[in-house]
Design a protein around this ligand. Structure first.
Ligand code: ZN
Length: 208
């Protein structure tokens, strides 16, 4: 319990100024918390795995160093985080290819974290698509996520079933989105979402 909460506090601090790339500017920390919560809901109680799930994007997306993680949370947590971290010096397509290539050899803990990460990210693409992502890019993301899923070892049936369900339902929605893309209705919904988000920001923070 202590390790997990400390990981939550550490990750929250590291991701403080980060937002997800969606139109609502959701706090970044929502994502690792969701990934860790998915694992807990699937019956995973190993504290090092849950802590690593909370920390899984700190090395990739913040200035956190491996030494810092190792000193604070130990070598096993660091190992899991490193296993699921992309090499940011590589271009996006190469990173995505490597994720599929490395998926089968991930440890038990890293496999579960990857599964939680995939589910959380699929949900984001469906519910709060990143700014500037065309529907084709969203569809590509679904296709690539399935490749990662297929390459991962199957270690937890609850997570696997959930992934397949979210993937199938999400894909249906994104395909519908594609069909609607050129209609007036689709454009108006986007405008409404945008205006709602701006209004919420205005009421919450006042004018910029
Ligand atoms: Zn992630």
């Amino acid at each position: 319990m202590k390790l997990v909460l400390e990981a939550a506090a550490f990750a929250a601090k590291k991701h403080t100024h980060q937002r997800r790339k969606n139109i609502e500017d959701t706090p970044y920390i929502n994502h690792p918390i969701e990934a860790a919560a998915l694992l807990a809901s699937a019956g995973i109680t190993d504290e090092e795995i849950l802590a690593a799930a909370l920390l899984h994007d700190t090395i990739e997306d913040t200035h956190t160093t491996p030494a810092e993680l190792s000193e604070t949370f130990g070598p096993t947590v660091l190992k899991y985080v490193l296993e699921v971290s992309d090499d940011k010096t590589k271009i996006r397509d190469e990173r995505k290819r490597l994720q599929v290539e490395h998926a089968p050899s991930l440890s038990y803990g890293a496999t579960l974290i990857k599964m939680g990460d995939r589910i959380s990210n699929l949900r984001s693409v469906v519910n709060e698509p990143p700014k500037g992502w065309s529907v084709d890019r969203q569809l590509d993301y679904f296709e690539w996520s399935m490749k990662v899923f297929n390459a991962l070892q199957k270690k937890n049936e609850v997570l696997e079933t959930l992934f397949l369900k979210e993937h199938a339902e999400g894909l249906q929605l994104v395909r519908k989105r594609r069909d609607d893309e050129h209609t007036f209705r689709y454009r108006m919904a986007g405008l409404r979402r945008y205006l709602k988000a701006r209004m919420m920001r205005l009421t919450r923070y006042g004018p910029p």
